[in-house]
Unconditional design. Sequence first.
Lengths: 587, 567
Amino acid sequence: MKRTTKMQRRRSVFRTTAGAILTCLALALGLVVSGQSQQGTDIVFRAMNDELTRSMSQLQLKELQKPYFAQYVILDEDEYSAEATFGALTSSHRSRNRYGQTQVRIGDYDFDNSEFNPGRGGSPATGALYRTVVDDNYAGLRHDLWLASDAMYKQAIETLSQKRAYLQNKVQEEQPPDFSKEKAVRAIAQRRNLEFDQAKWEAQLREWSRIFREYKDVQTSGVTLRARLTHRYMVNSEGTTTLQPELLVSLETGASVQAPDGMRIGYSIPFHARSFEDLPSPQVFADTIRQLAANLTSVRAAPVLEANYSGPVLLTGAASTEMFARVLAPNLYGQRAPLGTRGSNNVSDLADRMNRPVLPPYFTVIDDPGQKRVGDRFLIGSYEIDDQGVPAKRVALIEDGLLNNMLMSRRPGQDRLQSNGHGRSGYPGRETTQIGNLFVTAKQGKSYDELKKQLINLAKEEKLKYALVIKGVSVSGGGPVGSPVLVYKVHVADGREELIRGASASGLSVSSLRHIQAAGKDAYVANRLTGIQGAETPVSVIAPSVLLEEMELSRPTGAQQKPALMTHPYFNSLEASPSSPSRAVAP
Amino acid sequence: MNQWKWPFAVWIAAGVLASGAAAQKPSPNAVIQALEAESQRAMKILATNDPAPYFVGYQVNDISTVSVDAEGGALQSTNEEHQRLLDVEVRVGDYVLDNTHQVRGAGGGSSRAGSMLMPLDDDVDALRSVIWLETDRRYKASVEQLIRVKTNRATRVDEEDVSGDFTVEPGRTASMSVAPVRPKISEWETRARAYSALFRQYPEILEGTAGFSSQVVQRYVVNSEGTSVQSGVTLLRLSLYARVRAEDGMELYRFESFDAHSLDGLPDDKTVTKTIEKMISDLRALRAAPVIEPFTGPAILSGRASGVFFHEIFGHRIEGSRQKSENDGQTFTKQINQPVLPDFLSVVDDPTTERIGDTELNGYYRYDDEGVAAQRVTVVENGVLKNFLMSRAPVAGFMQSNGHGRKEPGYRSVGRQGNLIVQASRTVNDATLRQMLIEEAKRQGKTYGLLFDDISGGFTLTDRSSPQAFQVTPIMVYRVYVDGRPDELVRGADLIGTPLTSFSKIVAASDKVDIFNGFCGAESGYVPVSAVSPSILTTQIEVQKKAKSSDLQPILPPPPAQPGASS
């Protein structure tokens, strides 16, 4: 792509200059100073700080209050994505955008315009997102910050008065403060460039996607590569200044088949990493594709789950990590619900179970964003400072099965007034609490065979002829484990494993995790993305296989689409004249 | 701006039309090859099913886009994209009754079906791997829909229009690929920065943007009737936008755009600078202008305002599909050969006119989205309605498409406007028209008449991938006083009225015409269009105050442009 080449050229010139200066200075003074890139960083922060100072001291409407806190974020995103199917590229896109997020708080830490849900479609956020300029242009950046601060200040005034009015006729319960006080942090990293050999990667995507030409039962298939380099410039009125470049690279393959009865089955396998080097090698990824295609071919021919199942289920690999990410993690967040919120929306189901068992006593759960690797696997959920400028802390959440602590952002909860550095992205002004690297470990872990034996015993007690093992899931879709793809019946009579299709999982509450029957001695590392599409937060979950006492899997309901009336033209022509498959016009 | 003499241009256009439909042998092309192979295969294989398809049609839009946007002197974004989008249509039943037939009581709405992403590489196997499954899917959906159609017919009263569902057209082949456009992106970035910086000199301008975009569309239409047409369009645009806020909170904006089919057609720096200066002076004047009071009385609509006025209240009512849909108002359905406009007005829609004077028209194309050659259609001749803008959906008495089947990728074609051209056989010069306005106002006992100098359709504001609202909002409106006082700019007007009444009140037209290039959104998505018209005088128009925001001015003055300077 022309633009990419141009941008890379321009940037690499900058880098060379910076590199040269850096080398000289480093030799002379032993200091790390950069050239052009540092100048750009300085301009961005200068514009942010100047307008922040002015807002804090002068932003005032008549006799109303000035802000007590303001925070500016400039989110610079350099993104690339490409996709290929059946040997050809279907898209290739590079884009660079900058968004501003401006947050203004009025009142004080105890009571301000946040933590209030006015209902009637009103926005509870204390900040707004807008597009700003990608040039390091002082005037342009500051102009946008000025207008956004003005709008946010006025909105904050209005929200605070609505919040006071709301409380006028309510019996006041004791409320925790609205915003936690934290120490100022200053951490400015060097800017980075999104650099990679685009032509080489696109050739590789074509080649990988061509592998599906070996699998005649696969109807649709594709390989996708995405890279997102973000620079998050953040300043707040407490003196925090941070810049942390973050690269996220995702390589994914997905395909679908249609069974003879018309059922469509899709399966996708993503790899997320913090650098291109951490992605699987071409050979390993090619093997993954072949494995995925072969698995789908088997699933297509497998029998359907003939009756709804309720009973013991063994989750291995991604099925287990997905379950912990979906069922347990959201309940480890300690913030309270904003005023005016109806129902238990946004509040942990474990809020009242502090110091009580939530998992069997042999389980320990820790969130440790500081740990970068497990074996040779890089953990994408690692970070040093969270999106609110608070240093990440290791938090022991569950010890010996007892709930010990919660993950906190700057939104306090009952009895938990400080952040522990888990305020990660979300809508501006409404950073959500999020896991980083969630480690679920179990003492007395068992081998797969032992777990399987125990599964059979449980099935026997339940008078079941078979139990189920879920070994592979697609991370898409709802439900407690995503979309199960590789589901096996384990027959009680002879221990035989039989692949089935069409089972969908439902109904698993966090309270049922106390009744986990056993855990494996394995530790599956899942790098996954969570949150808003296009701006996901990278997290890692590390967990052993688990044997659940009871889980529900439903058989397919409703009529299936009829199978395709036509056959895939490529394999059709292969069958018609095996000696001359249809020729490809060279790209 | 953009003045020309219409009779000359239109005759030239008619000359182009005569040779425009000439068939050319298409050269072998991977996309065409893949589409033809799959259309033939689908017709053959699906023929054994009941009901069998009688038509399989494909359209591939190969779209290369470049866009550059700057605000206040700094770059906001640069985008470059290449996409190939596949739309599949499978019809079951027959030309008289098929799955596209209106299901009464089911409501109308958009015909969006979505597009499939196609390989960008010219790899026939890979291209076909996407086409076949979508064909299969669409066939099944059509079979299901035909059952609904038949049930609906059986359980409801007879329909008024029994003209059938699809016109019979000959297969056509043509190969007219569009030359690629390679804008110098860095030059566009520099210019966009420089243009947008001009707005920043004025603190009351809260936002000022400049953007370039180019879109080259290679369009392939292949169907089972033997049509295999490769055509395309090139759209280049420079757009300028600025907004201010009046003391009472009212948001006011000016939008100007320049459209062209080639890089050479875009304006030079001098023209752009002049336009920006005019936008700035307009905005400063608007900010200080009084708010309009509700008014009924005579008005002049300038050429651009009149063009949009005709596009909206007339053009959409002569689109073919609206004559048939029983959900539609059908203002003109039964008015063929009846007078619908004053006898000095004629209206043509002519997509084959590429330019008028120096201005390249947005609604220019050679083949429509159904592979039918574009035709110049005389809709109104001397005030008498003659024809409709037809896609391949027939209307009683109009059993042939006239090349107006248009759509955005992902939608189903319906009859749409291309270049709507209003012509007057009796004209006066601008000074006389103005005098006539004053006389008319006096006659009605008014102290002033109105002059609508510019109208802004919401469609001109953003590119088509954004969510867009559609409205007719006059921007520059003046009171022209009968007592000879200078004209007075007013703000906050909304133009209202009913179509038939409005047409009957048009009494005169000017000898100058103007061009409005824009994008029009309707049930088949957004399509580029032009509206061309002389200024017109109408004896009665109604305006009302438009809704306004109550937001305050910014509390602080704009920040300084340099660090350290005082604000």
